[in-house]
Write a protein that binds this ligand. Structure first.
Ligand SMILES: [Zn+2]
Length: 128
C-alpha cells in the first residue's frame, strides 16, 4: 500500500452517509483532478478532503511527535502537509472550492461539519 491513498476510511464513510442523509448525494469519489479529492461534486467544482489528524497534522488536535526517529517523522509530516497545500492550491487555481474536513471534527461534531458543508453546497444551488 506504500504511496497509495487509503480509501474508504471510517471518517470518510461517516461523512458520505451524512451527506446522503442531508440530500447531497451525487458526489464522486477520487475524481480524476489534481489531488484526487476524497469526495467531490464535479459539476459544482467542490472538492472535499477528509484528512486523518495524525498523518495530515491536524491544527485542532494536540499531536505529539513520535519519539523514535523524530527526524524521519518531521520530514514525513512536512512532506504530507506541503503536498496537501499544493493539492488545494492547484484545485483553487482551476476554480474549485476546496473544503478540508478533519477526522476529529467528524467524530466529535458531525452536525457542525454537515451544516457547514450544507451551506457551501446550497450556495451552489445543488440538489439532486
Ligand atoms: Zn484533529
Amino acid at each position: 500500500m506504500k504511496g497509495n491513498k487509503r480509501k474508504d476510511t471510517k471518517p470518510e464513510l461517516l461523512l458520505r452517509r451524512a451527506l446522503r442523509d442531508a440530500g447531497f448525494s451525487g458526489y464522486r469519489l477520487q475524481w480524476k483532478v489534481s489531488g484526487h479529492p476524497d469526495i467531490c461534486y464535479p459539476g459544482r467544482k467542490i472538492a472535499i478532503f477528509v484528512n486523518g489528524c495524525f498523518w495530515h497534522r491536524c491544527p485542532k488536535c494536540t499531536l505529539v511527535m513520535p519519539k523514535h526517529n523524530s527526524e524521519y517523522w518531521t520530514q514525513k509530516f512536512k512532506g504530507n502537509v506541503s503536498r496537501d497545500a499544493k493539492k488545494i492550491a492547484d484545485l483553487e487555481e482551476l476554480g474549485w472550492t476546496v473544503v478540508v474536513v478533519w477526522e476529529c471534527e467528524i467524530k466529535k461534531e458531525p452536525d457542525i461539519v454537515i451544516n457547514e458543508l450544507e451551506m457551501i453546497l446550497s450556495d451552489f444551488d445543488y440538489k439532486v
